[in-house]
Design a protein around this ligand. Structure first.
Ligand code: ARG
Ligand code: GLU
Length: 735
């Protein structure tokens, strides 16, 4: 205890000196930084560098973010806007997750070339596969533009007035900011719109598939292991950025050349041990770390449970069909994985928030906030009623938020309702833009329906209708239920099965062929026929009911909350002056860092921080949908043929650390103290998924695949020596 009462405390003058000294000492030490945080790369130097070095980092913040010379940030891209990838060779080779590249892999797959099942490897650049619509975005520069964006904005403005002033200022900023023609500008709000940053970006749109392991490696353990530790998944795939001859962004062309990066990552073969420094660099999507306790209560008690219950029903229906029918299993695999991904995460979230007493802890924080506010007159004026108002606002919004969760979980699961939405765009196009508009819309709609129907089975959909509509009616207030649906039920003796059967028999929206028939003829007749379809009518009525009874009021209340949360964010920063704050994730580039650590999920259970191929083999179930393995991998394991990638006869596979990550961080590089690539982020542990709302250092861990497992698969399993020869491998040990 260094803070014991000093002997000279009785002496007033000495006492004052003592406190003065203490204050100087505190300000010298700088702000306290918790173990959590998704930090802005351009602020690392001023906020985090000292702590990062204390935790073991050997490089400088200026090696991570530097606008005057190549730095680590120049090797990181937003991959398609939904994941992260990194440049790992001087020929634009990209590394990301298997589940991030999955769409591209799926699009190139067929019965003859089943790359999902068997993997894909290009052994020279001619074999690499183009992917229209896929892009890689680099961040060139990040500027604080708060003053320009908030010019003429004041506290008396309504949310609407504020937004229009902000929009105007951003538009002006766009014209006044210098950039090259091939660059883009993005302005984003931070800290609940208390701050704004501008990003100068470069987007490359010729991104080709280079390699992917079979799903039995890249998605080993599938849904059973998802969000779980210990993990044994080789969740990676490889792409390459192509550029014009001038190395600038260019649309796809066979003439394009491999992109020469400003910086590519070196790869360390040395791995990490307990306590080692790691950092993850990427594009985290969305977090809510600064909520009022009543918002967290609402998530735990209302929102998550409602969404989980609806998805449980949907997943049971789909799973039932997938188990019986091989074709449906393939058709619904991606859909099932995506529904179950969030479903499982929410369960972990509720568990974690409950277990760590997140609500009680937030209430404690609020109590100390109020105490400080009461002590200072200027805080009194600005923040006196803030917590009370926030609590009230969350009480007000609760019934509407519940109705929103019901609607947004049920409506998109019954796909026929979505097809109606697609056809409605034809009706709108004819009304707005006449025949010509209709014809363009028709081509587009048909193309998108072609895609949707590849992964659609009307029997499954009918069963989903039957099961989910029952929840839609019985799970929420009667006023939020579509009157048309109530009529349909009445006409069918209140049987959901009969109502579903009758609707799916009558509608033309249940198959692509019948939709095509529906769309033949002149525009006006077609639109009349669309409007007469019972599934179309139901879809429109559900949307109308929702928008008039729920969404108008919901948006109003949400605007109140947004304004209060913005004040509350500023208030927290004003009140807790010793704390360093990081902004919530918003899909912009961030750095998070933490040490390699085991964790204890519950009493008497401790999880180690490394997994090995022995664990891959322990889980192996021949012929199983989730835990089957390719024979070649088993053979390599049996021969212990791990090359330079094994350690003492064992092949490392995955590891965990205390990095604060979220969705969007998939594919992010895990870097060691020297900034070398050691792994690839792809998941979080079950008990720690609540880190989006409340990071707890005792149980929040991110999961990474060890880069040596990636290299072992590329080198030994795929024998893609061409890829290995491009990489810059470093090691302190002789191998
Ligand atoms: N949970 C990880 C994420 O949120 C991995 C998801 C992909 N894997 C899966 N089995 N669905 O994206
Ligand atoms: N799998 C997630 C993603 O696709 C990352 C895991 C997480 O949410 O932490 O971005």
């Amino acid at each position: 205890m260094w803070f014991t009462k000093p002997k000279f405390a009785a002496n007033d003058l000495n006492m004052k000196k003592y406190f003065l000294l203490l204050i100087i000492l505190i300000s010298f030490l700088g702000k306290t930084i918790a173990e959590e945080g998704m930090w802005l790369p351009q602020l690392l130097q001023s906020l985090n560098e000292k702590q990062m070095k204390k935790m073991g980092m050997k490089i400088n913040a200026s090696d991570i973010y530097n606008i005057s010379k190549g730095s680590l940030k120049d090797a990181i891209v937003s991959f398609g806007g939904f994941c992260t990838a990194e440049v790992i060779s001087d020929q634009g080779l990209l590394l990301t997750n298997h589940h991030c590249g999955f769409d591209a892999i799926q699009n190139h797959s067929s019965i003859q070339n089943n790359y999902i099942r068997d993997g894909f490897w290009s052994y020279n650049k001619d074999q690499e596969l183009r992917n229209d619509g896929l892009f890689a975005t680099f961040i060139i520069r990040i500027d604080d533009v708060t003053a320009s964006v908030l010019k003429d904005v004041n506290a008396r403005m309504s949310e609407k007035e504020r937004q229009s002033a902000v929009d105007k200022n951003i538009a002006a900023l766009r014209t006044s900011t210098k950039k090259e023609t091939y660059q883009d500008l993005i302005v984003r709000p931070f800290f609940e719109s208390n701050k704004y940053y501008l990003f100068v970006t470069e987007t490359y749109r010729d991104v080709r598939l280079v390699g992917a392991p079979p799903s039995s490696i890249g998605n080993y353990g599938k849904d059973t292991d998802n969000w779980m530790w210990p993990r044994h998944t080789g969740d990676f795939s490889m792409f390459r950025i192509y550029a014009g001859k001038d190395n600038k962004p260019a649309a796809y062309s066979p003439e394009n050349v491999p992109y020469k990066p400003k910086r590519s990552l070196s790869i360390s073969l040395d791995g990490v041990k307990e306590g080692d420094f790691t950092m993850v660099f990427g594009f985290p999507g969305r977090t809510n770390e600064y909520l009022h306790s009543s918002a967290i209560e609402q998530i735990v008690n209302m929102s998550d449970p409602a969404k989980i219950a609806i998805r449980t029903k949907a997943l049971n229906v789909i799973d039932g069909f997938m188990r019986r029918d091989e074709e449906i299993k393939i058709q619904y695999a991606a859909k099932y994985a995506s529904i179950s991904n969030a479903w499982k995460k929410w369960q972990g979230e509720v568990l974690g928030l409950t277990k760590t007493n997140a609500v009680a802890k937030r209430k404690e924080m609020e109590a100390s906030f109020e105490k400080i506010v009461l002590q200072k007159p200027e805080f009194n004026i600005a923040y006196m009623n803030l917590l009370k108002d926030l609590k009230q606002a969350y009480t007000d919004i609760e019934p509407y938020a519940y109705a929103r969760d019901y609607y947004t979980e049920i409506f998109p699961r019954i796909e026929i309702l979505g097809f109606a939405g697609q056809l409605n765009s034809l009706v709108n196009a004819l009304e707005k833009n006449g025949e010509a508009g209709y014809n363009t819309a028709k081509d587009k709609t048909l193309a998108s329906l072609e895609e949707l129907f590849k992964e659609y089975n009307t029997t499954v959909d009918q069963k989903l209708f039957e099961s989910l509509m029952e929840m839609y009616v019985s799970g929420q207030k009667d006023v939020n239920v579509s009157p048309l649906l109530k009529d349909m039920l009445k006409q069918n003796g209140n049987s959901y099965a009969n109502a579903a059967a009758s609707l799916y028999t009558k509608t033309k929206l249940g198959s692509l062929a019948s939709i095509k028939t529906l769309l033949t003829g002149n525009a006006k007749d077609v639109c009349d026929a669309i409007k007469a379809d019972p599934a179309f009518q139901l879809s429109m009525d559900m949307q109308k009911t929702y928008s008039s009874n729920v969404s108008i009021k919901l948006n109003e209340l949400q605007a109140v909350i947004n304004q209060l949360q913005r004040t509350y964010m500023q208030a927290q920063m004003d009140v807790f002056t010793q704390k360093a704050f990081y902004p919530d994730a918003n899909s912009t580039l961030r750095v998070t860092y933490g040490n390699v650590k085991p964790y204890q999920p519950r009493d008497a259970v401790k999880f180690d921080f490394y997994s090995y191929m022995d664990g891959v083999m322990e889980k192996y179930k021949p012929g199983d949908y989730e835990f089957d393995l390719p024979q070649k991998l088993i053979d390599l394991y049996k021969k212990k043929d791990f090359g330079r990638y094994g350690v003492n006869g064992r092949q490392p596979v995955c590891f965990i650390a205390a990095n604060h990550t979220t969705g969007g961080n998939s594919g992010s590089p895990a870097l060691d103290a020297n900034g070398n690539l050691i792994g690839l982020n792809f998941d979080r542990v079950w008990e720690g998924t609540m880190s989006d709302i409340n990071y707890d250092p005792t149980i929040c861990r991110n999961i990474m695949v060890d880069i040596r497992y990636v290299l072992f698969i590329v080198d030994k399993y795929a024998e893609a020596k061409n890829i290995i020869s491009e990489l810059k491998l470093v090691s302190k040990k002789t191998r």
